[in-house]
Design a protein around this ligand. Structure first.
Ligand code: FPP
Length: 298
């Protein structure tokens, strides 16, 4: 039986089970008081015995997308080289994957390297590539063991053949996992994604396979990255800046944004908990009025 059991959800959230509430959010846990959020495995196991619901709804986003910013500054504060910040950032990635798995998040998308990051000093780019190689080698088996499916979005053809092979091997090793989906955005840009989708559609129109009037936003979405997955519910950017920086421009149209000054290497389970608590308070209306949304819920 999946967690939480369906009868349990039905009792606490009858609307979710009966009317197929379409806000692309799943209520996973309404079990803990606001001071004790159920991210750790132990707490989650304990929660399975609970039959009543204390105050405070926690809504676990199905899909979280993160811009992991602040590695360089984290290192600088410690008079360390920038690459040490990126290495510490990898540790945060591990923690995030674990927390997301344990809390029932279905998809985690991480912005590891943007199409614009090639503009960084060549030495930093090269060190980042080395780090990706190392991480793919050391983590692929662990991901598979933990039932995490790795996917990569972006134009990987720009990477070295060796790195491309490593990426393919890691994707292949985890392709049958049916737990958390970990999307790593590498040489990714939101504009690139839109241009790419446009080109694919334009080709079909040119070949006479598609009429121009058939093109709508649903069709565009089918040609974008991770078309088979729900769009992100929660977007987090660490490091203090409040911008999208050419991340998932198409996919973030109705996503809730959460910005924090915390630098990525310092972003752990507690910080994720804060972001999810904040997300849980938001009313997602998708163009409707608040009244309509509340009416659908009752
Ligand atoms: C931004 O911080 C971070 C990056 C461009 C790289 C992110 C990469 C990792 C965390 C490691 C690899 C991840 C995976 C998924 C394999 P910044 O350097 O811009 O920091 P700053 O703003 O403080 O200079």
């Amino acid at each position: 039986m999946g967690w939480p059991p369906r009868f349990f959800l039905k009792r606490i959230f009858p609307h979710c089970c009966s009317v197929g509430y379409s806000l692309k959010i799943k209520i996973r846990e309404k079990i803990f008081g606001s001071s004790s959020f159920g991210l750790s495995k132990k707490t989650r196991e304990n929660s399975q015995n609970m039959t009543s619901s204390p105050d405070g709804d926690i809504i676990i986003p199905e899909h979280i997308a993160i811009i992991m910013d602040g590695n360089g500054r984290w290192a600088k504060h410690r008079t360390m080289p920038r690459v040490a910040g990126h290495r510490a950032g990898v540790e945060s990635v591990r923690k995030m994957v674990k927390s997301c798995r344990e809390s029932g998040v279905k998809v985690l998308t991480l912005f590891a390297f943007s199409s614009e990051n090639w503009r960084r000093p060549p030495q930093e780019v090269s060190l980042l590539m080395d780090l990706f190689m190392t991480v793919l080698k050391s983590e692929a088996k662990k991901l598979s063991k933990n039932n995490v499916q790795l996917r990569v979005i972006g134009d990987v053809s720009a990477f070295s053949p060796k790195l491309q092979d490593r990426i393919k091997a890691a994707i292949d090793l985890t392709k049958d996992s049916d737990g958390l989906i970990l999307n790593v955005a590498a040489n990714y840009g939101g504009r690139w994604d839109i241009v790419n989708a446009t080109k694919l559609i334009a080709k079909k129109v040119k070949n006479g396979d598609l009429d121009i009037d058939q093109i709508d936003d649903a069709m565009m979405a089918e040609y974008m990255s991770f078309a088979d997955l729900p769009e992100p519910d929660l977007f987090i950017r660490t490091g203090g800046d409040e911008r999208i920086s050419n991340f998932l421009l198409w996919h973030l149209a109705y996503t809730e944004f959460y910005f924090t000054d915390i630098l990525w290497p310092d972003f752990g389970e507690d910080e994720l908990q804060k972001a999810i608590e904040e997300f849980s308070k938001r009313e997602r209306r998708f163009g409707q009025t608040g009244e309509q949304v509340r009416q659908e819920l009752c």
